[in-house]
Design a protein around this ligand. Structure first.
Ligand SMILES: C[C@H](CCC[C@H](C)C(=O)SCCNC(=O)CCNC(=O)[C@H](O)C(C)(C)COP(=O)(O)OP(=O)(O)OC[C@H]1O[C@@H](n2cnc3c(N)ncnc32)[C@H](O)[C@@H]1OP(=O)(O)O)[C@H]1CC[C@H]2[C@@H]3[C@H](O)C[C@@H]4C[C@H](O)CC[C@]4(C)[C@H]3C[C@H](O)[C@]12C
Length: 383
Protein backbone atom coordinates (compact mmCIF):
# COMPACT_ATOMS: atom_id res chain seq x y z
CA UNK A 1 0.00 0.00 0.00
CA UNK A 2 1.04 3.59 -0.59
CA UNK A 3 2.06 4.25 3.03
CA UNK A 4 3.53 0.82 3.81
CA UNK A 5 6.43 1.04 6.21
CA UNK A 6 5.54 4.49 7.53
CA UNK A 7 5.64 4.40 11.32
CA UNK A 8 3.13 6.67 13.06
CA UNK A 9 2.73 7.39 16.77
CA UNK A 10 -0.74 8.79 17.44
CA UNK A 11 -1.31 10.21 20.93
CA UNK A 12 -4.86 9.34 21.93
CA UNK A 13 -7.29 12.21 21.49
CA UNK A 14 -10.87 12.92 20.49
CA UNK A 15 -12.40 12.48 17.02
CA UNK A 16 -10.19 14.49 14.60
CA UNK A 17 -6.77 12.94 15.30
CA UNK A 18 -8.20 9.39 15.44
CA UNK A 19 -9.64 9.88 11.95
CA UNK A 20 -6.26 11.13 10.72
CA UNK A 21 -4.58 8.06 12.22
CA UNK A 22 -7.16 5.73 10.72
CA UNK A 23 -6.67 7.20 7.25
CA UNK A 24 -2.91 6.65 7.52
CA UNK A 25 -3.48 3.09 8.78
CA UNK A 26 -5.95 2.31 5.98
CA UNK A 27 -3.34 3.30 3.41
CA UNK A 28 -0.67 1.08 4.97
CA UNK A 29 1.03 3.03 7.78
CA UNK A 30 1.85 1.19 11.01
CA UNK A 31 -0.09 3.34 13.48
CA UNK A 32 0.47 2.99 17.20
CA UNK A 33 -2.03 4.80 19.41
CA UNK A 34 -0.49 5.88 22.72
CA UNK A 35 -3.20 5.67 25.39
CA UNK A 36 -3.08 6.96 28.94
CA UNK A 37 -2.24 5.14 32.12
CA UNK A 38 -4.32 4.11 33.94
CA UNK A 39 -6.27 3.13 30.88
CA UNK A 40 -9.89 4.22 30.78
CA UNK A 41 -12.50 1.52 30.82
CA UNK A 42 -14.27 2.91 27.75
CA UNK A 43 -12.31 3.06 24.49
CA UNK A 44 -13.63 6.27 22.96
CA UNK A 45 -11.61 5.97 19.77
CA UNK A 46 -14.18 4.46 17.41
CA UNK A 47 -11.85 5.15 14.46
CA UNK A 48 -9.19 2.68 15.58
CA UNK A 49 -9.28 0.43 12.51
CA UNK A 50 -5.84 -1.02 11.75
CA UNK A 51 -4.17 0.59 14.77
CA UNK A 52 -2.34 -0.99 17.68
CA UNK A 53 -2.53 0.41 21.20
CA UNK A 54 -0.02 0.87 23.99
CA UNK A 55 -0.63 2.45 27.40
CA UNK A 56 2.05 4.89 28.52
CA UNK A 57 2.02 7.53 31.27
CA UNK A 58 3.48 10.61 29.61
CA UNK A 59 3.25 12.61 32.82
CA UNK A 60 5.95 10.47 34.37
CA UNK A 61 9.47 11.50 33.23
CA UNK A 62 10.23 7.83 32.48
CA UNK A 63 7.11 7.73 30.36
CA UNK A 64 8.09 10.83 28.43
CA UNK A 65 11.53 9.29 27.95
CA UNK A 66 9.91 6.18 26.46
CA UNK A 67 7.99 8.31 23.97
CA UNK A 68 11.15 10.22 23.05
CA UNK A 69 12.86 6.91 22.31
CA UNK A 70 9.88 5.71 20.26
CA UNK A 71 9.96 8.98 18.28
CA UNK A 72 13.59 8.34 17.38
CA UNK A 73 12.37 5.32 15.45
CA UNK A 74 9.16 6.81 14.06
CA UNK A 75 8.31 8.78 10.92
CA UNK A 76 5.29 10.70 12.24
CA UNK A 77 4.12 11.89 15.65
CA UNK A 78 0.46 13.00 15.71
CA UNK A 79 -0.57 14.94 18.82
CA UNK A 80 -4.15 16.10 19.51
CA UNK A 81 -3.68 18.35 22.54
CA UNK A 82 -4.14 22.04 22.97
CA UNK A 83 -1.10 24.29 22.46
CA UNK A 84 1.59 23.94 25.13
CA UNK A 85 0.72 20.51 26.51
CA UNK A 86 3.54 18.68 24.76
CA UNK A 87 6.05 21.35 25.76
CA UNK A 88 4.90 20.92 29.37
CA UNK A 89 5.62 17.19 29.06
CA UNK A 90 9.11 17.89 27.70
CA UNK A 91 8.00 16.50 24.35
CA UNK A 92 7.84 19.67 22.27
CA UNK A 93 9.07 19.79 18.67
CA UNK A 94 12.41 21.35 19.66
CA UNK A 95 13.25 18.26 21.71
CA UNK A 96 11.91 15.58 19.39
CA UNK A 97 13.13 17.06 16.12
CA UNK A 98 16.56 17.51 17.67
CA UNK A 99 16.66 13.79 18.42
CA UNK A 100 15.08 12.78 15.10
CA UNK A 101 15.43 15.45 12.38
CA UNK A 102 13.39 13.26 10.02
CA UNK A 103 10.35 13.26 12.31
CA UNK A 104 7.12 14.76 10.99
CA UNK A 105 5.57 16.36 14.05
CA UNK A 106 1.85 16.84 13.34
CA UNK A 107 -0.08 19.06 15.75
CA UNK A 108 -3.84 18.82 15.20
CA UNK A 109 -5.70 21.51 17.16
CA UNK A 110 -8.80 23.61 16.90
CA UNK A 111 -7.25 27.06 16.93
CA UNK A 112 -3.61 26.38 15.96
CA UNK A 113 -0.33 26.84 17.84
CA UNK A 114 -0.61 30.63 18.15
CA UNK A 115 -3.21 33.36 18.50
CA UNK A 116 -5.38 34.41 21.44
CA UNK A 117 -7.48 31.20 21.39
CA UNK A 118 -4.52 28.81 21.11
CA UNK A 119 -4.88 27.56 24.68
CA UNK A 120 -8.69 27.53 24.75
CA UNK A 121 -10.86 24.44 24.80
CA UNK A 122 -13.24 24.01 21.93
CA UNK A 123 -15.13 21.64 19.70
CA UNK A 124 -16.15 21.37 16.07
CA UNK A 125 -18.91 23.99 16.22
CA UNK A 126 -16.54 26.55 17.76
CA UNK A 127 -13.95 26.09 15.04
CA UNK A 128 -16.61 26.16 12.33
CA UNK A 129 -17.95 29.39 13.84
CA UNK A 130 -14.55 31.07 13.96
CA UNK A 131 -13.84 30.05 10.35
CA UNK A 132 -16.83 32.03 9.05
CA UNK A 133 -18.30 28.94 7.39
CA UNK A 134 -20.97 28.38 10.06
CA UNK A 135 -22.50 31.76 9.21
CA UNK A 136 -23.32 30.37 5.74
CA UNK A 137 -25.07 27.21 6.97
CA UNK A 138 -28.77 27.17 7.76
CA UNK A 139 -32.24 27.63 6.33
CA UNK A 140 -33.92 30.97 5.72
CA UNK A 141 -34.96 32.65 8.96
CA UNK A 142 -33.28 30.00 11.15
CA UNK A 143 -30.07 30.02 13.25
CA UNK A 144 -26.87 28.80 11.65
CA UNK A 145 -26.41 25.05 12.24
CA UNK A 146 -23.35 22.80 12.17
CA UNK A 147 -23.73 19.61 10.05
CA UNK A 148 -22.76 17.17 12.85
CA UNK A 149 -18.98 17.47 13.46
CA UNK A 150 -18.10 16.64 9.88
CA UNK A 151 -16.72 19.95 8.65
CA UNK A 152 -14.20 21.15 11.25
CA UNK A 153 -13.33 17.95 13.14
CA UNK A 154 -13.08 15.70 10.13
CA UNK A 155 -12.89 17.56 6.81
CA UNK A 156 -10.92 20.56 8.05
CA UNK A 157 -9.17 18.60 10.81
CA UNK A 158 -8.46 14.89 10.42
CA UNK A 159 -8.42 14.77 6.63
CA UNK A 160 -6.52 18.07 6.22
CA UNK A 161 -3.93 16.89 8.75
CA UNK A 162 -3.52 13.58 6.91
CA UNK A 163 -2.96 15.58 3.73
CA UNK A 164 -0.30 17.64 5.51
CA UNK A 165 1.45 14.52 6.77
CA UNK A 166 1.51 12.86 3.35
CA UNK A 167 2.79 16.10 1.80
CA UNK A 168 5.57 16.34 4.38
CA UNK A 169 6.46 12.67 3.84
CA UNK A 170 6.76 13.35 0.12
CA UNK A 171 8.89 16.44 0.67
CA UNK A 172 11.13 14.43 2.99
CA UNK A 173 12.01 12.09 0.10
CA UNK A 174 13.87 15.08 -1.40
CA UNK A 175 15.17 16.93 1.65
CA UNK A 176 15.55 14.02 4.09
CA UNK A 177 14.10 16.34 6.72
CA UNK A 178 10.99 16.31 8.87
CA UNK A 179 9.04 19.37 9.93
CA UNK A 180 6.18 20.59 12.16
CA UNK A 181 2.60 20.56 10.82
CA UNK A 182 0.42 23.16 12.56
CA UNK A 183 -3.03 21.85 11.57
CA UNK A 184 -5.69 24.25 12.84
CA UNK A 185 -9.28 23.12 12.29
CA UNK A 186 -10.42 26.74 11.96
CA UNK A 187 -8.01 27.22 9.07
CA UNK A 188 -8.64 23.76 7.63
CA UNK A 189 -12.36 24.30 7.27
CA UNK A 190 -11.84 27.90 6.13
CA UNK A 191 -9.48 26.62 3.43
CA UNK A 192 -12.13 24.13 2.32
CA UNK A 193 -14.51 27.08 1.91
CA UNK A 194 -12.23 28.83 -0.62
CA UNK A 195 -14.95 28.35 -3.26
CA UNK A 196 -17.33 30.51 -1.21
CA UNK A 197 -14.70 33.26 -1.09
CA UNK A 198 -13.62 32.99 -4.71
CA UNK A 199 -17.20 32.95 -6.06
CA UNK A 200 -18.35 36.13 -4.32
CA UNK A 201 -18.36 37.98 -7.66
CA UNK A 202 -20.59 35.31 -9.23
CA UNK A 203 -23.52 36.39 -7.07
CA UNK A 204 -23.95 32.89 -5.60
CA UNK A 205 -23.78 34.01 -1.94
CA UNK A 206 -24.93 37.65 -1.96
CA UNK A 207 -28.31 36.95 -0.38
CA UNK A 208 -28.95 36.20 3.31
CA UNK A 209 -28.32 32.68 4.68
CA UNK A 210 -30.73 30.12 3.25
CA UNK A 211 -31.70 32.22 0.23
CA UNK A 212 -28.91 31.34 -2.14
CA UNK A 213 -28.37 28.79 -4.89
CA UNK A 214 -26.72 26.00 -2.86
CA UNK A 215 -27.80 26.72 0.72
CA UNK A 216 -31.48 25.55 0.47
CA UNK A 217 -32.66 28.81 -1.13
CA UNK A 218 -33.15 27.40 -4.63
CA UNK A 219 -36.09 25.00 -5.22
CA UNK A 220 -33.96 22.94 -7.61
CA UNK A 221 -31.24 22.33 -5.01
CA UNK A 222 -33.29 20.94 -2.14
CA UNK A 223 -34.73 17.80 -0.55
CA UNK A 224 -38.40 16.86 -0.80
CA UNK A 225 -40.59 14.44 1.18
CA UNK A 226 -42.28 11.60 -0.71
CA UNK A 227 -45.66 10.02 0.03
CA UNK A 228 -44.02 7.23 2.07
CA UNK A 229 -42.21 9.69 4.36
CA UNK A 230 -38.83 9.29 2.68
CA UNK A 231 -36.94 11.98 0.78
CA UNK A 232 -35.51 12.76 -2.65
CA UNK A 233 -32.51 15.06 -3.23
CA UNK A 234 -32.61 17.45 -6.16
CA UNK A 235 -29.48 19.11 -7.58
CA UNK A 236 -30.68 20.19 -11.03
CA UNK A 237 -28.55 23.33 -11.30
CA UNK A 238 -27.85 23.68 -15.02
CA UNK A 239 -30.75 24.56 -17.37
CA UNK A 240 -30.45 21.29 -19.37
CA UNK A 241 -30.69 19.18 -16.19
CA UNK A 242 -33.40 21.41 -14.74
CA UNK A 243 -35.50 20.78 -17.88
CA UNK A 244 -35.26 17.02 -17.31
CA UNK A 245 -36.15 17.51 -13.64
CA UNK A 246 -39.34 19.46 -14.54
CA UNK A 247 -40.23 16.82 -17.14
CA UNK A 248 -39.75 14.03 -14.58
CA UNK A 249 -42.11 15.83 -12.20
CA UNK A 250 -44.69 15.89 -14.98
CA UNK A 251 -44.84 19.70 -14.93
CA UNK A 252 -44.88 22.15 -17.86
CA UNK A 253 -41.95 24.58 -17.65
CA UNK A 254 -43.90 27.07 -19.80
CA UNK A 255 -46.38 27.39 -16.95
CA UNK A 256 -43.63 27.91 -14.32
CA UNK A 257 -41.54 31.03 -13.56
CA UNK A 258 -38.03 30.94 -15.02
CA UNK A 259 -35.52 28.80 -13.10
CA UNK A 260 -33.52 31.74 -11.70
CA UNK A 261 -36.46 33.94 -10.74
CA UNK A 262 -35.34 34.40 -7.08
CA UNK A 263 -38.62 36.04 -6.04
CA UNK A 264 -40.58 32.97 -7.19
CA UNK A 265 -38.38 30.38 -5.54
CA UNK A 266 -40.51 29.90 -2.43
CA UNK A 267 -43.71 29.38 -4.51
CA UNK A 268 -41.83 26.99 -6.81
CA UNK A 269 -40.61 25.08 -3.76
CA UNK A 270 -44.20 24.63 -2.57
CA UNK A 271 -45.20 23.36 -6.04
CA UNK A 272 -42.35 20.86 -6.14
CA UNK A 273 -43.09 19.74 -2.57
CA UNK A 274 -46.74 19.04 -3.33
CA UNK A 275 -45.71 17.12 -6.47
CA UNK A 276 -43.12 14.95 -4.71
CA UNK A 277 -45.67 14.19 -1.98
CA UNK A 278 -47.84 12.35 -4.53
CA UNK A 279 -45.51 9.38 -5.10
CA UNK A 280 -43.29 7.06 -3.05
CA UNK A 281 -39.51 7.34 -3.08
CA UNK A 282 -39.30 4.12 -5.13
CA UNK A 283 -41.71 5.53 -7.72
CA UNK A 284 -39.68 8.70 -8.06
CA UNK A 285 -36.50 6.65 -8.39
CA UNK A 286 -37.97 4.70 -11.29
CA UNK A 287 -38.90 8.00 -12.96
CA UNK A 288 -35.55 9.72 -12.51
CA UNK A 289 -33.05 6.84 -12.56
CA UNK A 290 -30.96 6.87 -15.75
CA UNK A 291 -31.77 10.53 -16.47
CA UNK A 292 -29.63 13.67 -16.03
CA UNK A 293 -32.24 15.30 -13.85
CA UNK A 294 -29.83 15.15 -10.87
CA UNK A 295 -32.42 13.55 -8.58
CA UNK A 296 -31.42 10.82 -6.12
CA UNK A 297 -32.97 9.07 -3.11
CA UNK A 298 -31.85 10.26 0.35
CA UNK A 299 -30.54 6.93 1.70
CA UNK A 300 -30.41 6.07 5.38
CA UNK A 301 -27.37 4.37 6.95
CA UNK A 302 -29.44 1.15 6.89
CA UNK A 303 -29.98 1.43 3.13
CA UNK A 304 -26.76 2.91 1.80
CA UNK A 305 -24.54 -0.20 1.72
CA UNK A 306 -27.09 -2.30 -0.17
CA UNK A 307 -27.96 0.38 -2.76
CA UNK A 308 -27.19 -1.07 -6.19
CA UNK A 309 -24.68 1.62 -7.20
CA UNK A 310 -22.79 1.43 -3.90
CA UNK A 311 -22.84 -2.38 -4.01
CA UNK A 312 -21.41 -2.43 -7.52
CA UNK A 313 -18.46 -0.36 -6.28
CA UNK A 314 -18.09 -2.05 -2.87
CA UNK A 315 -18.26 1.42 -1.35
CA UNK A 316 -19.02 -0.04 2.08
CA UNK A 317 -17.24 -2.89 3.85
CA UNK A 318 -18.13 -5.33 6.64
CA UNK A 319 -15.45 -6.36 9.12
CA UNK A 320 -15.02 -9.59 11.07
CA UNK A 321 -17.44 -8.25 13.68
CA UNK A 322 -20.11 -7.68 11.00
CA UNK A 323 -19.76 -3.92 11.43
CA UNK A 324 -20.44 -1.99 8.24
CA UNK A 325 -18.47 1.17 7.46
CA UNK A 326 -17.31 3.12 4.41
CA UNK A 327 -14.42 1.73 2.36
CA UNK A 328 -11.38 4.03 2.46
CA UNK A 329 -11.37 6.68 -0.28
CA UNK A 330 -10.05 7.57 -2.77
CA UNK A 331 -9.58 4.28 -4.63
CA UNK A 332 -6.01 4.00 -5.94
CA UNK A 333 -5.84 1.72 -8.99
CA UNK A 334 -2.47 0.03 -8.31
CA UNK A 335 -1.95 0.44 -4.56
CA UNK A 336 -5.43 0.70 -3.04
CA UNK A 337 -5.97 1.02 0.71
CA UNK A 338 -6.54 -2.39 2.31
CA UNK A 339 -8.33 -1.63 5.58
CA UNK A 340 -8.06 -4.05 8.48
CA UNK A 341 -11.11 -6.25 9.04
CA UNK A 342 -10.08 -7.13 12.56
CA UNK A 343 -11.72 -5.73 15.70
CA UNK A 344 -10.35 -2.47 17.15
CA UNK A 345 -7.49 -2.87 19.63
CA UNK A 346 -8.11 -3.01 23.35
CA UNK A 347 -6.46 -0.11 25.17
CA UNK A 348 -2.90 -1.20 25.96
CA UNK A 349 -3.23 -4.49 24.06
CA UNK A 350 0.07 -4.20 22.23
CA UNK A 351 2.26 -2.35 24.75
CA UNK A 352 4.91 -5.07 25.02
CA UNK A 353 4.90 -5.98 21.30
CA UNK A 354 5.43 -2.35 20.32
CA UNK A 355 8.23 -1.71 22.81
CA UNK A 356 10.06 -4.84 21.64
CA UNK A 357 9.61 -3.73 18.01
CA UNK A 358 11.12 -0.35 18.85
CA UNK A 359 14.18 -1.98 20.50
CA UNK A 360 13.29 -2.12 24.22
CA UNK A 361 14.61 -5.20 26.03
CA UNK A 362 12.39 -7.48 28.10
CA UNK A 363 14.20 -6.28 31.21
CA UNK A 364 13.49 -2.64 30.40
CA UNK A 365 9.85 -3.50 29.74
CA UNK A 366 9.36 -5.37 33.01
CA UNK A 367 10.89 -2.42 34.90
CA UNK A 368 8.49 -0.04 33.17
CA UNK A 369 5.62 -2.32 34.20
CA UNK A 370 6.71 -2.53 37.83
CA UNK A 371 7.09 1.26 37.94
CA UNK A 372 3.55 1.60 36.44
CA UNK A 373 4.87 3.73 33.60
CA UNK A 374 3.19 1.35 31.16
CA UNK A 375 0.24 -0.99 31.30
CA UNK A 376 -0.65 -4.02 29.25
CA UNK A 377 -4.06 -5.40 28.41
CA UNK A 378 -3.42 -8.49 26.36
CA UNK A 379 -6.57 -10.50 25.79
CA UNK A 380 -6.55 -13.93 27.46
CA UNK A 381 -5.68 -16.65 24.91
CA UNK A 382 -8.73 -18.84 24.07
CA UNK A 383 -7.54 -22.24 25.33
C1 LIG B 1 -17.08 11.74 21.12
C2 LIG B 1 -17.21 13.11 21.75
C3 LIG B 1 -16.38 14.12 20.95
C4 LIG B 1 -16.99 14.35 19.58
C5 LIG B 1 -16.12 15.30 18.81
C6 LIG B 1 -16.26 16.73 19.29
C7 LIG B 1 -17.50 17.32 18.70
C8 LIG B 1 -15.05 17.53 18.91
O1 LIG B 1 -15.10 18.59 18.38
S1 LIG B 1 -13.53 16.78 19.24
C9 LIG B 1 -12.34 18.03 18.89
C10 LIG B 1 -11.85 18.63 20.16
N1 LIG B 1 -10.79 19.59 19.95
C11 LIG B 1 -9.52 19.23 19.61
O2 LIG B 1 -9.20 18.07 19.43
C12 LIG B 1 -8.54 20.35 19.47
C13 LIG B 1 -7.24 20.11 20.26
N2 LIG B 1 -7.48 19.60 21.57
C14 LIG B 1 -7.92 20.39 22.58
O3 LIG B 1 -8.24 21.54 22.42
C15 LIG B 1 -8.09 19.71 23.93
O4 LIG B 1 -7.44 18.47 23.90
C16 LIG B 1 -9.58 19.47 24.30
C17 LIG B 1 -10.29 20.80 24.48
C18 LIG B 1 -10.26 18.63 23.24
C19 LIG B 1 -9.61 18.70 25.61
O5 LIG B 1 -8.97 19.48 26.59
P1 LIG B 1 -8.32 18.76 27.84
O6 LIG B 1 -8.10 19.79 28.87
O7 LIG B 1 -9.12 17.55 28.20
O8 LIG B 1 -6.94 18.19 27.24
P2 LIG B 1 -5.63 18.97 26.81
O9 LIG B 1 -5.63 20.37 27.34
O10 LIG B 1 -5.41 18.75 25.37
O11 LIG B 1 -4.47 18.20 27.62
C20 LIG B 1 -4.36 16.80 27.53
C21 LIG B 1 -4.02 16.39 28.95
O12 LIG B 1 -3.93 14.96 28.96
C22 LIG B 1 -2.63 14.58 29.38
N3 LIG B 1 -2.27 13.35 28.67
C23 LIG B 1 -2.46 13.05 27.34
N4 LIG B 1 -2.00 11.85 27.06
C24 LIG B 1 -1.49 11.35 28.22
C25 LIG B 1 -0.84 10.13 28.57
N5 LIG B 1 -0.65 9.14 27.67
N6 LIG B 1 -0.44 9.99 29.88
C26 LIG B 1 -0.66 10.95 30.79
N7 LIG B 1 -1.26 12.14 30.53
C27 LIG B 1 -1.67 12.31 29.24
C28 LIG B 1 -1.75 15.75 29.00
O13 LIG B 1 -0.55 15.71 29.73
C29 LIG B 1 -2.65 16.90 29.37
O14 LIG B 1 -2.64 17.05 30.77
P3 LIG B 1 -2.82 18.52 31.42
O15 LIG B 1 -4.20 18.96 31.08
O16 LIG B 1 -2.61 18.30 32.89
O17 LIG B 1 -1.75 19.39 30.80
C30 LIG B 1 -16.75 13.10 23.25
C31 LIG B 1 -16.99 14.50 23.84
C32 LIG B 1 -17.23 14.28 25.34
C33 LIG B 1 -16.93 12.79 25.54
C34 LIG B 1 -17.58 12.11 26.75
C35 LIG B 1 -17.14 12.84 28.05
O18 LIG B 1 -15.71 13.02 28.09
C36 LIG B 1 -17.63 12.07 29.30
C37 LIG B 1 -17.32 10.57 29.31
C38 LIG B 1 -15.82 10.38 29.66
C39 LIG B 1 -15.45 8.86 29.73
O19 LIG B 1 -14.06 8.72 30.01
C40 LIG B 1 -15.76 8.25 28.33
C41 LIG B 1 -17.25 8.41 28.00
C42 LIG B 1 -17.73 9.86 27.98
C43 LIG B 1 -19.24 9.83 27.90
C44 LIG B 1 -17.10 10.63 26.75
C45 LIG B 1 -17.48 9.95 25.41
C46 LIG B 1 -16.94 10.71 24.21
O20 LIG B 1 -15.54 10.67 24.20
C47 LIG B 1 -17.42 12.15 24.22
C48 LIG B 1 -18.92 12.21 24.03
Amino acid sequence: MALSGVRVLELAGLAPAPLCGMILADFGARVVRVDRVPRSAVATDVQARGKRSMSLDLKRPRGAAVLRRLCRGADVLLEPFRHGVMEKLGLGPDVLLQENPRLIYARLTGFGQSGKYAKCAGHDINYLALSGVLSKLGRKGENPYAPLNLLADFAGGGVMCAFGIVTALYERTRSGKGQIIDASMVEGVAYLSSFLWKSQSLGLWNRPRGENLLDSGAPFCETYKTSDGKFMAVGALEPQFYEQFIKGLGLDSDKLPSQLSFSDWSEMKKKFASTFAQKTQAEWCSIFEGTDACVTPVLSFDEVASHQHNKQRNSFIENDQEEISPRPAPLLSRTPAVPSFKRDPFIGEHTEEILLEYGFTKQEISKLYSDKVIESNKPKANL
